[in-house]
Design a protein around this ligand. Structure first.
Ligand SMILES: [Zn+2]
Length: 322
C-alpha cells in the first residue's frame, strides 16, 4: 500500500541569472528562484533519488511523504556550474538529460538556436528574416504552410499565438533538411559561431562525469533532439542507438538509465520509440504531460510538471514550454 503518496517530478531547462545574461529574454528559471526552491522543497517533500523514485513506482518503497524528483533537460552548462553545486550542498540528487549530439559534435540544437534568435530579435523580426532566407532557397511558400492552430497552442500554451505558431512550424512541421540551413545561417549572422557557442552552452563529457561523481544521475534525451514520433524507423533507430552508445562510452556506469522525450508532449513519442528505448536498456522515460505518478504508472510515460509549478503556491504561474 502506498498510503496515497505521489511522486512529483519537476522539469528544469535554463537556470540562470537571466537579467544579467546576454539573453535576458530567454524563458527559464532565475538562479535566485532556484536557490529558493532548493531551500523550500525539502520542507514539503521527501527529495527523491532516481533509485527511490523507481522503487516507489515499482511498489517496493513506501515513503512517509510525497516524493519530489528534480530533472534537468538539455545538458546545459549551468547544470554543471550552478545547479550541481547547489544540489550537492543540500545532498539532493538531480537527474540530467543531455543531448548527446550537442556534446559530442559541438552543434547547437535547432530548438535552442530558435530560442536564442527569438530572444535576440523578437518574434516578428526573426520570422521575417526566416521567411527571407526561405525565399532565397525558393521555399517561401513553406512559411505559409497550413497549421493546426489548436495543436500549436496546446504545445506552447504560454506563447502568444504568433510565437506558438512559429515554434510549432519550426519544431514539428518544417523538414530539418532546409530548416536547419536557414536557422544556422541566421544563428551565425545574429548570435555567433556555432561550435564556440555550443562549447559554452552545453556540458562536456568530463563535466557530466564530474556531476555523476558528485551524486547526480544522467539520462538520455536523444542524439539530435528531434520529435521522435515523427522520425522514420531507420532515423529513429540510428538516433537512439547513437545516444545510448555515446552515453555508455563516455559516462560512468549507473544502475538505471532513464530517458526524457524531446519536447515531451503525448505526441512526441509512440510505441516504436518505447520499444527501441527498452531494447537499448533504458529503464523508464519521462514526458511533460501532467498526471499522477503512483505505483502502476506507465514506466515509459512518467509525468512531469514545469519547475515553476512544483511549489503549491506557484500552481498558477505560467509554464515555460519548449
Ligand atoms: Zn529538450
Amino acid at each position: 500500500m502506498n498510503h496515497g503518496r505521489q511522486l512529483y517530478i519537476a522539469t528544469y531547462h535554463y537556470v540562470r541569472d537571466l537579467p544579467h545574461s546576454r539573453f535576458p529574454q530567454i524563458k527559464g528559471m532565475l538562479l535566485d528562484d532556484f536557490r529558493n526552491q532548493v531551500k523550500v522543497l525539502p520542507d514539503l517533500f521527501e527529495m527523491a533519488t532516481l533509485n527511490s523514485a523507481y522503487d516507489f513506482l515499482a511498489g517496493r518503497y513506501q515513503p512517509g511523504r510525497d516524493l519530489c524528483l528534480m530533472t534537468f533537460d538539455d545538458g546545459l552548462k549551468e547544470h554543471y556550474s550552478e545547479v550541481t553545486p547547489i544540489l550537492s550542498e543540500k545532498g539532493i540528487q538531480g537527474i540530467f538529460f543531455p543531448i548527446t549530439g550537442c556534446m559530442q559534435d559541438h552543434v547547437v540544437a535547432p530548438v535552442h538556436m530558435n530560442h536564442f534568435l527569438l530572444a535576440a530579435l523578437g518574434c516578428e523580426q526573426y520570422r521575417a528574416a526566416f521567411v527571407d532566407e526561405l525565399s532565397t532557397l525558393g521555399l517561401a511558400d513553406l512559411a505559409h504552410t497550413t497549421l493546426d492552430d489548436a495543436a500549436a497552442q496546446w504545445t506552447y500554451p504560454l506563447d502568444d499565438c504568433e510565437t506558438a505558431r512559429f515554434k510549432y512550424l519550426f519544431n514539428f512541421i518544417l523538414s530539418p533538411l532546409y530548416r536547419d540551413v536557414v536557422v544556422q545561417k541566421l544563428f551565425e549572422e545574429w548570435i555567433g559561431e556555432e561550435a564556440a557557442f555550443a562549447a559554452d552552452l552545453y556540458l562536456s563529457w568530463e563535466e557530466a562525469r564530474e556531476m555523476q561523481r558528485a551524486g547526480m544521475m544522467m539520462g538520455g534525451h536523444s542524439h539530435a533532439h528531434r520529435p521522435l514520433a515523427r522520425l522514420e524507423n531507420s532515423e529513429l533507430d540510428l538516433d537512439l542507438a547513437r545516444c545510448w552508445e555515446l552515453m555508455q562510452a563516455n559516462l560512468d556506469a549507473q544502475d538505471y538509465w532513464p530517458f526524457s522525450y524531446p519536447y515531451g508532449k503525448a505526441d512526441s513519442f509512440d510505441g516504436r520509440v518505447i520499444q527501441k528505448l527498452r531494447e537499448l536498456g533504458f529503464c523508464c522515460s519521462l514526458c511533460t504531460e501532467k498526471g499522477l505518478n503512483v505505483p502502476g504508472v506507465d514506466f515509459f510515460a512518467i509525468h512531469r510538471v514545469d519547475c515553476k509549478q512544483i511549489l503549491p503556491e506557484n500552481h498558477l504561474l505560467p509554464q515555460t514550454s519548449f
